[in-house]
Design a protein around this ligand. Structure first.
Ligand SMILES: [Zn+2]
Length: 271
C-alpha cells in the first residue's frame, strides 16, 4: 500500500528497494501536486515493467479523471486494470475490508477536498502457549489448527480447547495518516488509541495563523491531537522548507506529547 504519490515517488521507491509491482493499492489524500503529481508516471512505469495485476486507487473523486486524462494525453495504454474508489466527503467511510484488514477514509480540513486514512490490521494468528506445547506434547498439525482458532480433537477423544492452549489474540493494530490538514476532530476521532499516528506539522506554532490560512497544522497542534487521542506514537512530517533544523519541530511537539518521531526519508517503523 502506498500513501500519496508526489513527484519523487518513483525515485523514493527505488531508493528503498520497494518493487513497484508489489503495490496493490494507492491512497491519495488530496489533489495538490506534492501528493499526486507522481501518480501517472508511476502507473506508466508499472505498465512498462509488464504489470498485469489490477491496481486499486483510493482518493478524491477528481482523481479518476485526472489519471485517465494524463494517461490519454501521454498515449499510455495500460495492460492492467485500474480501479478507482472515491472517498466520501460526508464522513468516515470503509473503503476496503478483507483478510483481517479494514481501511477507512475520512474527510479532513485542508484548502481543498482532502482525506485522511485509518488502517486496521487484525493480528494474523493466535500464539500457542509454550507450556501447553510441552505439557500436551502438541504435534505440528495440532499447533497449526490451534493457531487458526480451532479446537483439537485427538483420536483418543481428548479435546484440546483453543482458548486454553493459546494466548488471547493480540489487539488489532491501528495506523492513521492525516494527509494535509488543519487540526480537526476527524483525525482526533479516527486515531483514538491508535498505535501510530502520522500527522502533518508544516509549521512551528509561531506561524499558527499562517498554518490556519494555508490549511495546515503546527507541530504543537499535531502533538495536541496525538495527546487527546491517546495514540502510542506520533510521527510528524510535511515540514515547510523554511526549517533548516527540523529538530525544532520535534522539540515543540515533545513539549506537549512525549512519543514523537520526525519523519525522515527512508525511515522504517514496525508496528
Ligand atoms: Zn496540500
Amino acid at each position: 500500500m502506498l500513501l500519496d504519490a508526489g513527484e519523487g515517488v518513483q525515485l523514493g521507491l527505488r531508493l528503498q528497494r520497494i518493487p513497484f509491482q508489489k503495490i496493490e493499492r494507492i491512497f491519495i489524500s488530496h489533489m495538490h501536486g506534492d501528493h499526486v503529481l507522481g501518480l501517472p508516471g508511476l502507473i506508466g512505469s508499472m505498465n512498462l515493467l509488464g504489470r498485469e495485476r489490477p491496481l486499486i486507487i483510493h482518493g478524491p473523486s477528481m482523481l479518476e479523471p485526472y489519471v485517465k486524462t494524463a494517461l490519454k494525453f501521454t498515449e499510455t495504454h495500460l495492460k492492467f486494470e485500474l480501479n478507482f474508489v472515491a472517498a466520501n466527503p460526508n464522513g468516515m467511510h470503509v473503503s476496503m475490508q478483507e483478510k483481517g484488514a479494514r481501511i477507512s477514509s475520512f474527510p479532513v480540513k485542508h484548502r481543498i477536498e482532502a482525506y485522511g486514512y485509518q488502517f486496521y490490521f487484525e493480528a494474523p494468528e493466535l500464539n500457542v502457549k509454550k507450556a501447553q506445547i510441552e505439557a500436551l506434547e502438541l504435534q505440528r498439525s495440532e499447533i497449526i489448527q490451534l493457531k487458526k482458532g480451532m479446537d483439537v480433537k485427538r483420536l483418543d477423544g481428548t479435546l484440546i480447547k483453543c482458548a486454553q492452549a493459546c494466548h488471547s489474540k493480540a489487539a488489532p493494530l491501528c495506523y492513521v495518516y492525516s494527509g494535509d490538514t488543519r487540526p480537526c476532530d476527524a483525525v482526533r476521532t479516527a486515531s483514538l488509541n491508535a498505535d501510530l499516528l502520522y500527522h502533518e506539522a508544516t509549521f512551528l506554532d509561531d506561524k499558527r495563523r499562517k498554518a490556519k490560512e494555508t490549511g495546515h497544522s503546527t507541530a504543537k497542534q499535531a502533538a495536541e491531537i496525538a495527546a487527546d487521542a491517546h495514540v502510542k506514537k506520533l510521527i510528524i512530517g510535511h515540514f515547510s522548507s523554511r526549517y533548516r533544523n527540523e529538530e525544532l519541530l520535534a522539540d515543540e511537539a515533545r513539549s506537549v506529547f512525549n512519543h514523537v518521531v520526525l519523519a525522515n526519508e527512508g525511515m522504517k517503523f514496525q508496528l
